[in-house]
Design a protein around this ligand. Structure first.
Ligand code: MG
Ligand code: MG
Length: 270
């Protein structure tokens, strides 16, 4: 299937969906604490979606039973919220999305709970920074594989992290998952040229150990094969008609992080 090129008007609607996702993230960050069940975080997300007149793109996706994915410690992605209790020292990854007027947003973050192992914190910091570097590399005129190359290059420069191979970023628009698939590794200079109207979800997933994963018996939860802890960050960004990026799922459009990396953010949506 061809890559869906979005108009300025369509991206404007995607921004609405992105802001709902940003609001869910903020609401979950505000309440998450030791002793909570992961199902309580799902309820928080559901309430934000409802309040905004949005719908969830996760609930019912290939039968997924919840509004968010919650993945704890050696669970990297696609964990199902339930009666698992969050403990001090845990690494919790939350992934969620929203649909407004048929257009999708998708973003994820990892957070350490209470007193955290500094090595876990470093892993999360590296994962988040690699996402920003991937977005910065995915600029107008770049080749698609420049994104994965930037993510891998930065991650490997910071330590011996495993980068998940079977999962990656994606185009997003009138469906949550569209062409192109975006690898989190690889050589630069390959694939389609990135042009205005591209909207991509960039989502590195790394572990402190092996990149190998397995799926638990629930058919969803992806864990590291060696039980090492993992991290997952994701944002949805658009290449705007002026050729500059705008991060649809970040309140500030990605301005603070991308400016730091020498990338000017579009002001067409502000
Ligand atoms: Mg996601
Ligand atoms: Mg995604």
């Amino acid at each position: 299937m061809a890559i869906q090129i979005k108009t300025a008007e369509q991206i404007k609607t995607m921004r609405k969906a992105g802001l709902v996702v940003a609001e869910i993230h903020r609401a979950i960050r505000d309440v998450i604490k030791p002793g909570m069940m992961t199902s309580a975080l799902d309820a928080v997300a559901e309430a934000v979606i409802k309040r905004n007149g949005a719908t969830s793109n996760f609930k019912g996706y290939h039968g997924f039973p919840a509004t968010i994915c919650v993945s704890v410690n050696d669970e990297i992605v696609h964990g199902i919220p339930g009666d698992r209790v969050i403990n001090d020292g845990d690494v919790v990854s939350v992934d969620c999305g929203a649909i407004i007027e048929g257009w999708h947003g998708d973003a994820a973050f990892s957070v350490g709970i209470g007193t955290i192992d500094p090595e876990d914190q470093k892993m999360m910091d590296v994962c988040e920074e690699s996402m920003w570097r991937g977005i910065a590399a995915g600029k107008n005129g770049a080749k698609l594989s420049d994104i994965g190359h930037a993510i891998e290059e930065y991650t490997k420069s910071q330590g011996n992290y495993g980068i998940l191979q079977e999962y990656g970023g994606h185009g997003i628009g009138t469906e949550m998952h569209q062409e192109p698939h975006v690898l989190n590794f690889g050589k630069p200079g390959n694939g389609p040229v990135i042009i205005p109207g591209f909207v991509l979800a960039i989502e590195p997933m790394i572990t402190r150990g092996s990149a190998r994963t397995k799926v638990l018996a629930d058919d969803w939860t992806v864990v590291s094969a060696d039980k090492s802890r993992g991290s997952h960050f994701e944002h949805t960004y658009a290449v705007m008609p002026d050729g500059k990026p705008f991060v649809l799922t970040a309140f500030d459009g990605g301005k603070s992080e991308l400016t730091r990396l020498g990338i000017e953010v579009s002001d067409l949506l502000q």
